[in-house]
Design a protein around this ligand. Sequence first.
Ligand SMILES: Cc1cc2nc3c(=O)[nH]c(=O)nc-3n(C[C@H](O)[C@H](O)[C@H](O)COP(=O)(O)OP(=O)(O)OC[C@H]3O[C@@H](n4cnc5c(N)ncnc54)[C@H](O)[C@@H]3O)c2cc1C
Length: 173
Amino acid sequence: MQFYLGHAFFIFNQIAYFTASTKTLAMPNDSTLLNTKAQAQQTFDAIVIGSGISGGWAAKELTEKGLKVIMLERGKPLEHIKDYKTASLDPWEFPHRGRTTDEQKKKYPVIHRGWAAAEAVMDSWTNEEDCPYTEVKPFTWWRSYQMGGRSLLWGRQSYRWSDLDFEANAKEG
Ligand SMILES: Cc1cc2nc3c(=O)[nH]c(=O)nc-3n(C[C@H](O)[C@H](O)[C@H](O)COP(=O)(O)OP(=O)(O)OC[C@H]3O[C@@H](n4cnc5c(N)ncnc54)[C@H](O)[C@@H]3O)c2cc1C
């Protein structure tokens, strides 16, 4: 009798284990062990590369029109507000009073050509040692690979657009 009870318990355990494992394998509303919706779940109407201002607006427009959109971003993830570590610091709260170090000057030579090299934002620039580029003629390229791209660095100047701006590509390439 004891054997049969133990045997039944063993079988019950096996059924419980099998049910639990099928639950983790199957997708919601799916048939047992087979994800029949995988293709539909991974199919998109549009792919937006980059989450900067251009990609952000493209995604906004497309999703508002009802398209299923996936956005790919090569840079680090970043949470709005929470990850703006230096945004509300006063100048005297920075170890170098806002200036960059000699080491940073060596590591980020392109950024140091202009006015954008500041202690508060050095973590936001793309590492120039890891991502060098060839300059056939002088080309100062400020890159920021992160969620939101360079929108996190811009100087809050919002210019009014004119007709010229919308034709510039066609006229100037
Ligand atoms: C310091 C600074 C101050 C500025 N101040 C102003 C201002 O006051 N007023 C103004 O109008 N403009 C200003 N600008 C310019 C403005 O910020 C940029 O023109 C604008 O943010 C660019 O947006 P974008 O989406 O075209 O490019 P980005 O913001 O560079 O976005 C491109 C995104 O694509 C990602 N990406 C790139 N390649 C790939 C890939 N292969 N796969 C996946 N993801 C990829 C990048 O990581 C990045 O997130 C300033 C720029 C800087 C740097």
